[in-house]
Design a protein around this ligand. Structure first.
Ligand SMILES: CC(=O)N[C@H]1[C@@H](OP(=O)(O)OP(=O)(O)OC[C@H]2O[C@@H](n3ccc(=O)[nH]c3=O)[C@H](O)[C@@H]2O)O[C@H](CO)[C@@H](O)[C@@H]1O[C@H](C)C(=O)N[C@@H](C)C(=O)N[C@H](CCC(=O)O)C(=O)O
Ligand SMILES: Nc1ncnc2c1ncn2[C@@H]1O[C@H](COP(=O)(O)OP(=O)(O)OP(=O)(O)O)[C@@H](O)[C@H]1O
Ligand SMILES: N[C@H](CCC[C@H](N)C(=O)O)C(=O)O
Ligand SMILES: [Mg+2]
Length: 483
């Protein structure tokens, strides 16, 4: 595509060189640049992409999109200066891939917990309703039956638009995508046209990146601020920041609630290991998902489907058949009657929800043994809180490693130990090796006991000292059950 077409509607500060040149791809990592590419220089959290402009040109970049021009400009290269290169890249990617988000109905889901659950339920629901669909999620990206590995909850803007174009080409009418707070701040969603936005909830997470909770709220709200007038903005009014999300949106404001007033109202009638029985808009339905928090996810999905003009009875019939995504309250039973639950709870709120659910559902004689760790190079404030919640809501806790990434596993465990009060110490063990921790939990469990393995859910790897190795909590539990 011609550079001038790629730059359509982008506000430019300086243009040096010709814009009627053919660009073969947009690239923001100099290491991947090839002949004829447009290289976008982005200031990052580790390094500044502007320092790689020369390298990108050496590798064949014919145009540079940047916030600061290099001191000496090469004659054969076109330089475009903009105020925010990440944002400009989003707009450029949308142009380059022919505005795919305008050719289908794109719905974004944001919130601390529940994004994958809601996005996946919507994807599966709309497929059952007879539409071709796409999904962008933490677990996987998907175009109909084709599964594409996912590296981020929300990918970079070039990857998003490329995937969306493929979805358009394959006839998808609806795409459901998770919108992380990182993605909003880093402009990964700039230039996308959304048909709707959904807010699940907001509790502590990612303060390593956002620094304050206020900034974290502002990041999530930024998604709704960007929605067009034609979109719907569906919020959870039972969350105390639910209304704030829609404060400045141009989109049509809609809400859901289990407690108060809202466009879509639900009421839990019963909740157990069989699932949830609830009323939604006066209709009584049984769902296969477990835990009160899933009642919120189901209500959000129902509301969004109505706003996308589906019929209530069709939605509820199909939704009642759906099961949760992998690694979300996934049960694994041993031959001798022990119950394993693998869940992706990696925030204090999620861990509390999942443990409260287990405690609500268990019988008095069943003990709860929790295996939990906290990720390295991530919000350190979560560590003592998660340990405290685990100790308060379990009979025994084995604290272990999650993905230590580039941190010392022992140091993470030390941060977690800070959250354990003296009275709770006797029920807590620390075992650095996650495999050993799971084995120990299984060994300590008696018939009927519940072993919650929290934090990694669907993940099939563990990242230690920067290296990813295959590791899957579900496989480990099964192996431990088999002795
Ligand atoms: C903190 C964060 O989100 N970082 C993302 C960001 O990287 P960065 O800003 O640190 O990049 P950097 O290394 O400083 O480099 C700056 C620029 O220089 C470029 N560069 C760098 C080196 C070089 O030799 N040449 C070159 O051109 C880089 O390509 C980049 O454009 O941009 C990269 C490219 O898109 C992302 O891969 C990277 O995600 C990292 C790996 C990550 O772990 N992100 C997590 C925290 C994340 O995004 N999580 C969210 C939220 C999940 C949730 O809600 O639970 C997600 O959406 O996944
Ligand atoms: N609506 C909800 N409210 C609170 N907790 C939830 C909710 N839905 C799911 N959870 C809990 O949070 C965990 C993660 O759920 P899910 O993967 O759907 O969230 P997510 O927002 O996609 O997370 P991520 O930020 O990692 O992408 C689940 O395993 C469960 O323990
Ligand atoms: N999207 C989240 C996932 C956390 C999952 C947990 N297993 C961890 O590694 O901390 C993040 O990148 O913070
Ligand atoms: Mg997710």
């Amino acid at each position: 595509m011609l550079l001038s077409d790629i730059l359509y509607k982008i506000s430019l500060q300086t243009v040096s060189g010709k814009t009627d040149l053919e660009i073969s791809a947009i690239e923001f990592d100099s290491r991947k640049v090839q002949k004829g590419h447009l290289f976008v220089a982005i200031p990052g959290t580790q390094v500044d992409g502007h320092q790689y402009i020369e390298k990108a040109i050496d590798l064949g970049a014919s145009a540079i999109l940047c916030e600061r021009l290099p001191e000496t400009l090469k004659e054969q290269v076109t330089y475009i200066q903009v105020e925010n290169s990440a944002k400009a890249m989003g707009l450029a990617a949308a142009n380059f891939y022919e505005q795919p988000s305008q050719q289908l109905q794109l719905v974004g889901i944001t919130g601390t917990n529940g994004k994958t659950s809601v996005a996946t339920l919507l994807f599966n629901l709309f497929r059952k309703l007879g539409y071709k669909c796409g999904l962008l999620s933490t677990v996987q990206n998907q175009i109909e039956d084709e599964i594409i590995d996912s590296t981020h909850t929300t990918p970079d803007s070039v990857s998003i638009n490329k995937l969306l174009q493929e979805m358009v080409n394959k006839g998808c009418g609806f795409v459901f995508m998770e919108v992380s707070s990182h993605a909003v701040v880093m402009e990964r969603i700039a230039g996308l046209h959304f048909a709707g936005g959904i807010f699940t909830n907001i509790t502590q997470d990612h303060l390593d990146f956002h620094e304050t909770f206020k900034n974290y709220i502002a990041a999530k709200k930024g998604f709704f601020d960007q929605l067009p007038k034609t979109a719907f903005a569906l919020t959870n009014t039972d969350d105390k920041n639910g209304k704030v999300m829609l404060q400045n949106t141009k989109a049509t404001k809609e809400s859901y609630s289990l407690r108060g007033v809202g466009t879509f109202k639900g009421k839990i009638l019963d909740s157990g290991l069989f699932g949830i029985q609830m009323t939604i808009d006066e209709q009584e339905v049984w769902f296969k998902l477990i835990g009160r928090f899933n009642a919120y996810n189901l209500l959000a999905v129902y509301g969004a489907a109505i706003l996308l003009e589906e019929k209530p009875e069709d939605i509820l019939t199909e939704l009642s058949q759906l099961t949760p995504p992998p690694g979300r309250f996934q049960q694994i039973h041993s031959a001798d009657g022990k119950v394993g639950i693998v869940d992706y709870a990696h925030t204090p709120d999620a861990l509390q929800n999942v443990l409260e659910t287990i405690n609500d559902l268990r019988e008095d004689i069943q003990q709860v043994i929790t295996v939990v760790g906290c990720g390295g190079n991530r919000d350190k404030g979560k560590r003592p809180q998660m340990a405290k919640i685990a100790a308060e809501l379990s009979h025994k806790v084995i604290m272990t490693s999650d993905n230590p990434r580039n941190e010392e596993p022992e140091a993470i465990l030390k941060d977690m130990q800070e959250g354990i009060s003296i009275t709770k110490r006797k029920k807590v063990l620390s075992i650095v090796d996650r495999r050993e921790a799971i084995k120990t939990a299984v060994m300590l469990a008696n018939e009927g006991d519940i072993i919650l393995v929290a934090g990694k859910g669907h993940e099939d790897y563990q990242e230690i000292k920067g290296v990813k190795q295959h590791f899957d909590d579900r496989e480990e539990l099964l192996a431990a059950f088999q002795g």
